[in-house]
Every structure is written in structure tokens, then in C-alpha cells.
Design a protein around this ligand. Sequence first.
Ligand code: SF4
Length: 370
Amino acid sequence: MASSPMADKDYLAKPDYVPESTRAQVSGTSGKTILVAEHAGFCYGVRMAVDKAFELAHASRCCNSDNSCSSDAQQPATMANTSDKPVYVLGELIHNPQVVSRLRDMGVKTVACVDDIPAGSTCLIRTHGVDPGHIDTAQARDIDVTDATCPDVRRVQDSAKQLAEEGYVVVIVGKANHPEVIGIKAHCERIEGARIVTVTSVDEFDEAFAGVSKNRIGVVSQTTQLEEAFKQIVAHAAQQCRELKVFNTICPATFKRQSAAEALAKQVDIVVVVGGKNSSNTGHLAEVCRNNNTPALHVETAEELAQYKDVLEAHQVIGVTAGASTPDWLIQAVIGYLEALGSETGVSAAEKLDSGRRSVNNAQTLAHPV
Ligand code: SF4
């Protein structure tokens, strides 16, 4: 069956949008109340990167003179194209296994190392950014580089580099093994004599600075850090050093999702957090809920909820939120599952919503949730 670039993007996002208008109270057929966080799901950086990946995937599969695609979007691409190049992503494009798998089915390959990309291919740089040395290597090997680094991640890279250039010991508040942090660090390391430490807590700060001068400290944050942890480390650093320069580089999308998760946690009995288990920002949303004494279940798909059926049935008011790398179709599937809990008729609450404020089948008209 023929498919168009838009059809694939629609599959990923549009038919399953969770519109702003539903981010309120929804009553399931069991009489349960389901509340959806005001901000949840794809942020603009992730959406841009995914859109770019789909565009490239389609271009690489186009083999008709009119540039229309003839391969089925559900099948792995053959790459038997006449005009375009195979597409590789250096590291996972986003931290959502379902989206990555969908792209893989379309022929977009994920590789760990630039050496694994054949010359003459296209290399897509993920939202988290990479070591700039990898981009130099790719370009030197005749690989086209399409950079989908999120502008907010680029801001951290630039801020950290600036601090290193100004001679501060650069503190990156974030997980040392996270791809974004590895990329930020690599940008700093290009500055001769740069000193960089990576911490996630006050204790780690003290460990990292044992025997290191604390005269001048510059701080940036991984974009998806918990704001509370960032503030604690900055306050601690302020007591320790003579000069402190801070760039709060937690991105607005992360901040909005954490604030919305906190507000949600205060209104519900339990929260279902949807998103990749490898997604740092999704994990932090669960942490925010638990810090507010509300239990949180972190799942990637609606199917995973079956194992928690008894727990969910024991609660009356259930919240739903999702990380910035979670597509709307996964969120909507979770809402559908919760709405149907205890349902005798099998009528989904999505259908009930139809008779209210909007129509799921008319999803093309729905607004983006970010
Ligand atoms: S979470 Fe923030 S930094 Fe990360 S891709 Fe989204 S907007 Fe960009």
C-alpha cells in the first residue's frame, strides 16, 4: 500500500493527540476519574527531531520519479532507492523505544559509533546532541550530517563552553553517563585546560571537589534535571566558593512537565507516568509524584498496566502524565485502558468524550499539547 510522509507522521502523532481540552477531568465507564497533566508528552525539540527522521526516512525510500513513496510504512525499508541516502542515527534519536522501533521499521538505523556509518550516508544527530568530534569525523568521511540537536541542549553546550573559556571549573548537574551530558562535557573539553565535574547531588559535589580548587565555579544543568536538586547544588556551591556563575539550563518543557506533574500528584490517588524506561525526564516525573507522597507507576505502554490492574482498580482518582519523548498515541492508549477499567459495556471513555468536547476521530483538528 502506498504511503506518504504525512501518513507516517500522522500515525506517530496526530490521530492520538491528547488535546489541551481533555487535560481536565474525564470520567471512565467505571466511574473512576482520570486526570491528565496540563503538560505531557512530546516537547517541541523531540517533535522536530522525529519529524526530521520521518522526512529523511521517506526520502531515502522514494524510488518513483514523482517522488512518491511506494513502500509500506509498516514494513522495513529496503533502501533500494535511486536518489537518496540511507539514514543512520548516532545514538538513539529520543529515549522512547516504541518510536525508535517504528523508525527502525522504516529503515532508520541506530548506531553507537560514527565508524559504523558507511560513507555516502546521512547521519541524523539526536536531540541530546553528541560529541562535536563525531560530527567532524562524519563530515570528513563524506557523510551528510543533519543536526537535530534540540536548541535548548545547544544552549547548555554553549553555556558550558563559555564557562570553561572564562576559566571556571564547570559543574554539570546531571547524570555522567547520559548522552546529553557526555555531549556537553565533550564540548567543554575542546577548551584547553578545561576542568569539568559532573554531579547529581550535594554529596557528589563534595566528593568531586575533594582536593580541587573551589575558587571559581560555573554551573549548568542537564536540560531534564529535577529543579529541586539543581537548586540544592547551586545553594551548596554558593557557600563553598568565592565566585559562582550559574546558567539554569533546565529547559522550559521539562520545567512545565515537572510543575504539571506536581500539581497533578496533589489531586489524585495514583499517577501513571508514560514513557521510556531509559528516559531521564520521564523517570523524574515519577520521582516528582512520589516526592509529593503520591504513588507512581512508570510504564512504556498500556499493555504493561495489566500487571497493575488490581492496584489501579483500588484507586478512584487516577492521574496520567508522560515524558517529553512520549508520543501521543502511547498516552492515549494508556488513557483508553484506564477509562475502560471495570467497564461492563466495553464503551471506551474516549467515545464518551466524543459526545462532549471533542471527537477522537476528528483528531486532525486537535491542537498540539505542548
Ligand atoms: S526535553 Fe527540553 S531539551 Fe530535551 S528535547 Fe525537549 S525541549 Fe529540548
